[in-house]
Design a protein around this ligand. Structure first.
Ligand code: 5RP
Length: 227
C-alpha cells in the first residue's frame, strides 16, 4: 500500500459532501480512496452514492459496499474524485492511463467540482511531457484517424492488451490510441478540440480547465493545489 496515495485519498475524503451523489473516478489512487469512502459509509459518517466512471470503479463500489447511482437518476453530481497521469501548472490534466477517459470525462463534466488525487510524480510544466495522450477511437475509423493524426505531426500507437492478444478494448467497445507529441503541449484546450474534430475520435484524455482542486499526497501528508 502506498502511503503517498493513501494521504492524497484521505485529504480528498475530508472535502467530500456528507450526503448526495458523486462521481467515482478510476485508477490505483481512486481504489485507495474507494476503500476509505466505504469505511466512512459503513461508520455512518457519510451517506453518498456514486456514479462509477469505469467497470473498475463499479467493481470497487460493489467491493466496498458503496451505493451506486447513475446519470439518469442524478444528472448533476456534487463532485467527482479521480486520478490523473499528468497535471500542469494550470491544473490541466492528461487522463486515460487506465483507458477510462471517456466515462471519466462524462462523470467529471456532470460534476460541480472535480477533485484530483495524485502524487508529485504527476506534476509537469506542460502536458505531453511525461505521458502520452490517450484518445478513444471508434474501431471502424482507426486507420483514417491515425492518418489524420499523423498529418498533424503526431505519432500514434494502438494500445495493446497485456493479458489478451491484440488491442485494448475499452469499457465502451472502442480502441485507445496513445499520442506522442513532438513538443510539450502549450495549448491543451485547442489540441483537444482539434483532435475531437476528427470523425471517429470519441474523446481525448486532455482534461483542460476541468479540475478545481488537486490533492497531492506526500510521505508526511498532503497539500492542495487550487485553480
Ligand atoms: C484511468 C485514469 C487514472 O485516473 C489515471 O491513469 C491515474 O491512475 P493512478 O492513480 O493509478 O496513477 O485516468 O483512465
Amino acid at each position: 500500500m502506498s502511503y503517498v496515495k493513501l494521504n492524497a485519498a484521505k485529504s480528498a475524503i475530508e472535502v467530500i459532501p456528507k450526503r448526495g451523489a458523486m462521481g467515482l473516478g478510476s485508477g490505483s489512487t481512486v481504489a485507495i480512496f474507494a476503500k476509505e469512502l466505504g469505511q466512512r459509509i459503513a461508520s455512518g459518517e457519510v451517506e453518498v452514492a456514486v456514479v462509477p466512471s469505469s467497470y473498475q470503479a463499479y467493481q470497487l463500489a460493489i467491493d466496498y459496499n458503496i451505493p451506486l447511482t447513475n446519470l439518469d437518476i442524478n444528472p448533476e453530481l456534487l463532485l467527482t474524485v479521480d486520478g490523473a497521469d499528468e497535471i500542469d501548472k494550470k491544473l490541466n490534466l492528461t487522463k486515460g492511463g487506465g483507458g477510462a477517459l471517456f466515462r471519466e470525462k462524462i462523470v467529471a463534466s456532470a460534476s460541480k467540482k472535480l477533485i484530483i488525487i495524485a502524487d508529485e510524480s504527476k506534476l509537469v510544466n506542460h502536458l505531453g511531457t511525461k505521458s502520452q495522450i490517450p484518445v478513444e477511437v471508434f474501431p471502424f475509423s482507426l486507420g483514417m484517424v491515425q492518418r489524420k493524426i499523423k498529418q498533424m505531426g503526431v505519432e500514434s500507437t494502438v494500445r495493446q492488451a497485456t493479458k489478451k492478444m491484440g488491442p485494448v478494448v475499452t469499457d465502451n467497445g472502442n480502441f485507445i490510441l496513445d499520442l506522442k507529441f513532438p513538443k510539450p503541449i502549450l495549448t491543451p484546450s485547442q489540441v483537444a478540440t482539434d483532435l475531437k474534430l476528427i470523425p471517429g475520435v470519441i474523446e481525448t484524455g486532455i482534461f483542460a480547465g476541468m479540475a478545481d482542486e488537486v490533492h497531492i499526497g506526500t510521505e508526511d501528508g498532503a497539500y492542495v493545489l487550487k485553480r
